[in-house]
Design a protein around this ligand. Sequence first.
Ligand SMILES: CC(C)(COP(=O)(O)OP(=O)(O)OC[C@H]1O[C@@H](n2cnc3c(N)ncnc32)[C@H](O)[C@@H]1OP(=O)(O)O)[C@@H](O)C(=O)NCCC(=O)NCCS
Length: 150
Amino acid sequence: MVTKVAFRTMALTDLSAVLCNEKSAYSHPWSEGIFRDCLNQKGESWVLITGDLIAGHGLLSIGAGEAHLLNVCVNAQLQGQGLGRKLTVHMLSQAKRRRAKSLFLEVRPSNMAARSLYDSLGFNEIGRRKGYYPGVTKREDALVMAKELI
Ligand SMILES: CC(C)(COP(=O)(O)OP(=O)(O)OC[C@H]1O[C@@H](n2cnc3c(N)ncnc32)[C@H](O)[C@@H]1OP(=O)(O)O)[C@@H](O)C(=O)NCCC(=O)NCCS
């Protein structure tokens, strides 16, 4: 377990480390352009730091009293040590700080680690989006999950 972590808002200068973590963790990683777009929005873009390493990132969009967890990612080499839980709890507290009433997210049905994490944090499955994610041979559905924040 990694116990000492810090969070700070993501800066453009973090993008090379963020992209490295993103590519290590996802079969279909976001491009640099998507991260740049997020940094230009009025959402919340955070990095998780352990020691002097950027170990992961979390991004929220916020509007009309609702927050959307767009991305939660821990470097593949650093997973399974409690960082993903700390990062997701941090993103929940940022959504609350921004006075969002609910937090929504999408997750691949096959992503058992993320689903187990979200279940344990009190997210409920509220729907399914057909063919939402790109896949190796065919597109994969997304489970839509939500958590009330008030
Ligand atoms: C999902 C992710 C953020 C979890 O990060 P992590 O640092 O490995 O997670 P933690 O070590 O904090 O574990 C938190 C919980 O996740 C679940 N989990 C983690 N690894 C798991 C695994 N291999 N199998 C099943 N559940 C797992 C457990 O519920 C765990 O809770 P526990 O500590 O009480 O057992 C990480 O796997 C990741 O970055 N995956 C790739 C990106 C991704 O899929 N993001 C989510 C998009 S919706």
